[in-house]
Each structure stands twice: as C-alpha cells, then as structure tokens.
Design a protein around this ligand. Structure first.
Ligand code: PLP
Length: 422
C-alpha cells in the first residue's frame, strides 16, 4: 500500500516512469500521448536537453540562496527576459513556486498597494463565477469553482463574483457577440456600484478560462470594456495567466490578443514547463513604486521565492518559447482546431469546440440543439479520463457547475513540439 497521500484516495494511479517528447510512459512501458501537458504545464514536451542542461548546470553551481540575503543571476536574467517580452508596463517580477502562490502574491500586493497610497478602505475583490485561481485560501476565495470551494467556504474571505464571458451559454438569441461581451463586462460596473467603488481593490480574471470551462476565450471587446471600467473607478486589473499564459494561446501572454494592459499578471505552469516548479507575479512600475516610496517592504514571502534552479529552468524555457515555439503553437493550434472540427464537428454530444493556440476545449452535451448537459450523476469526466488513459491519451476532462447548471468539457493542451500526425 502506497504511503503517498494521493488526491484520489480510491483510485490506483499508475507510476509515470519516463517522459519523451510528447509522450509519457508508465512503469509497465505503456505509452500515453500527453494531450493536456498535465494541466497545461509541459509546453516543451518531455526530456528537452537544453532545459535539462540548464537545470543541471545551475544546481551544480548554486542550487539555492535565500532572497533575504541575495538575488541571483538566473532570477535577474529571467526577470529581464519576461519584462522585455511582456506587453504594457509590466516592469517587476516576483518569482514563486507555482500558480496559487503567484495569485496569493498578486492579491496581497494589490491590497498593500492601496494601503501604501492611503486608501486602506479598499478591501473587496471582484472575480467571475466560472474561474479558478488556485487552491490556497485566498486564491480559492477569488475563484468561482463551486466544487473546489464549497467545503471551505466558511473559512474563506467572501469575494464578489460576476458572470463569466462564456458566449456558448450566455449569449442570447439575436444578441451580437460584441453586445454580449459589453453586457457581461458591465456587470463589473454594477457590482462596483453595489459595493461602493471606493471599497474595491481589483478585478481578477483569466483572459482565456482554463480549468473550469475548458479553454473559453473572451468575445471581442469584452476586456477592453473591463479595462475601461477598472480605470474609471481606479481599481487594479489582475490577469491570471497561470494556465493560458507562456505561449499557450499562440502569443506569449494571452492578454496581448485583447489589446489591453494589466496592472498585475500571474504566470506559472508553462514557465517551468514541468522541469522545475516556478510561477511569477508581474506588476507595473507604478504598483511597485508605491511600495518603494511607502513602507519599502512587500509584506509577503516564502522560503523558495526566486529559487535559482527554478529560474534557470525558466530561462531555458522562455528562450525556446520566444525563439519560435510560440508561433509554432499558434500554427499547430489552428491545425488542431481544424482536426477537432473535422472529427467531432457533427458529433451528437459535442456542443462546442473552442480555444486559442494549443489550448482547446470540447464541451460535451446530451443534446446539441438544446445544449442540455448530461446528468452530473453520470460522472462523465471520470469515464472519459479512464477511457482515454486506457487508449493511451492523457487529457483533462472536467465536470463543473456553471451558474447552477452542470457542464462537462475536455481540455486539450498538448506540447508545442507536437507533430501533425500526433
Ligand atoms: N490560476 C489558474 C488560472 C489555474 O489554472 C491554476 C491551476 O490550474 C492556478 C491558478 C493554480 O496554480 P497551481 O496549481 O500551480 O497552484
């Protein structure tokens, strides 16, 4: 009997033994196509010699140094790389070990920013019902995934949640997609007015929704309106690119495609590509300067922030992404969409095929015409996962509740190195 505390206590998981390119192999040698890169992590595939060499060299030279005493060359280099490639005024990078940590840091930085500039009355976050921002208590509170949250709701800070931008289910008959986007974006303004805009810190959103909806991009104009509302009421815009960032949608940052800038952006998953656990929070010079001019100290930190070996992996990964792999992701993503449409476009139980880059989702429905979902008691996601695994495909099926209505989807996020035949 295993002593590893697995998340699924009633499932016997196979041991992953070898990773090679776009494939994983279990201890019995069975091959799996890594169709979701874990959870949109393994963007380079497995066994990349350049990332491995970078990690090996760094761990031999300096594995770790605490950030209270030192910065490090790999952290400095990675911050420079990310700032150079980032849209807007993102100017400072705070390295952590994963996505939830990045989101916690973002929430705390946003709150501290307003304390530093003399607006301590700002205490509310507004986010969206169908979103996931991590499993630590602050990040979990900001997300809207009912299933992940419900047991912990009594011990979490209450967050205001507005509608997601989810055209497949939300756009009404006769409404243009632009008008739909404006309508749901305007929910932010209504919620600000309800709370009192002077009490709100920030709006938090994933540019392309990952785990809870399955690669749902916003409609044209939605985020422009969101940015306008944030600016009008002086609140910060925090974009969570933990899953959709680092090239996954065909541009290094997903929000580049919305023509907007953010005050704070979180990244993780693809940043380390699975070779090291690393995430980051990026913020504008203005936000950082408020701390520098005020207390001079960001009231937040973990032992492993700015980990040199993790940053060395990040440098090797970002070098590859910005060296042509993001463009490859965009091209392969279009091919994947076309292949999915050819295969499943008329399937009686596939209601929607969507996404950007190599970040694609299929929504599974009982009835294509009415969009009625399957009964959650069917446990469709478990069945799909089991069937896919037994057929040599690791993918990411999810069942979730959207505004009181159940929905099932499969998220695909294969490595950017995948080939046409794969
Ligand atoms: N934010 C988003 C958008 C995510 O998809 C996730 C994880 O799936 C997280 C945050 C949390 O990241 P992690 O699991 O690395 O803590």
């Amino acid at each position: 009997m295993s002593h590893v505390f697995a998340r699924h206590s009633r499932t016997d998981l196979r041991q992953a033994s070898i990773g090679k390119g776009a494939y994983l192999y279990d201890a019995d040698g069975k091959e799996y196509f890594d169709g979701s890169g874990g959870a949109a992590v393994s963007c380079l595939g497995h066994g990349d010699p350049d990332v491995i060499a970078a990690v090996q060299a760094q761990v031999a030279q300096l594995a770790y140094a605490h950030t209270s005493f030192f910065t490090s060359q790999p952290a400095e280099e990675l911050a420079d790389r990310l700032v150079a490639a980032a849209p807007g005024d993102l100017d400072k990078v705070y390295f952590v070990s994963g996505g939830s940590e990045a989101v916690e840091a973002a929430l705390k930085l946003a709150r501290q920013y307003f304390v530093e500039v003399g607006q301590p009355e700002r205490r509310h976050f507004i986010a969206r019902r169908q979103s996931y921002h991590g499993n630590t208590l602050g990040a979990l509170a900001t997300g809207g995934n009912v299933w992940r949250k419900q047991a912990f709701a009594p011990i979490m800070v209450e967050t205001s949640l507005i509608s997601p931008c989810y055209a497949y289910r939300g756009q009404q008959n006769g409404e243009s997609s632009f008008d739909y986007g404006q309508r749901v974006a305007n929910e932010l303004e209504a919620e600000l007015q309800r709370l009192g805009p002077e009490t709100v810190i920030a709006f938090v959103a994933e540019p392309v929704v990952g785990a809870t909806l399955g690669a749902v991009p916003p409609v044209e104009g939605y985020f422009k309106r969101i940015r306008e509302i944030c600016d009008h009421y002086g609140i910060l815009l925090i974009l969570d690119e933990v899953m959709c960032g680092m090239g996954r949608t065909g541009t290094l940052f997903a929000h580049e495609q919305e023509g907007i800038t953010a005050d704070i952006v979180t990244i993780a998953k693809g940043l380390g590509a699975g070779y090291q656990p690393i995430g980051a929070m990026m913020c504008t010079g203005r936000v950082h300067q408020a701390i520098a001019d005020g207390s001079g100290f960001f009231q937040h930190g973990h032992t492993y922030i700015g980990h040199p070996t993790a940053c060395a992996a990040g440098n090797a990964v970002v070098k590859k992404l910005t060296g042509g792999l993001v463009e490859r992701c965009a091209v392969m993503g279009d091919k994947l969409q076309a292949a999915l449409e050819a295969e499943f476009g008329q399937h009686p139980h596939i209601g929607d095929i969507r996404g950007r880059g190599l970040f694609r989702g299929l929504e599974i429905v009982e009835d294509r015409t009415t969009k009625a979902p399957f009964d959650p008691a069917k446990g469709l996601n478990k069945l799909i996962k089991k069937t896919a695994m037994s057929n040599g495909l690791a993918c990411y099926p999810m069942g979730g509740t959207v505004d009181g209505q159940h929905g099932d989807h499969v998220l695909l996020a294969p490595p950017f190195i995948m080939e046409d035949d794969q």
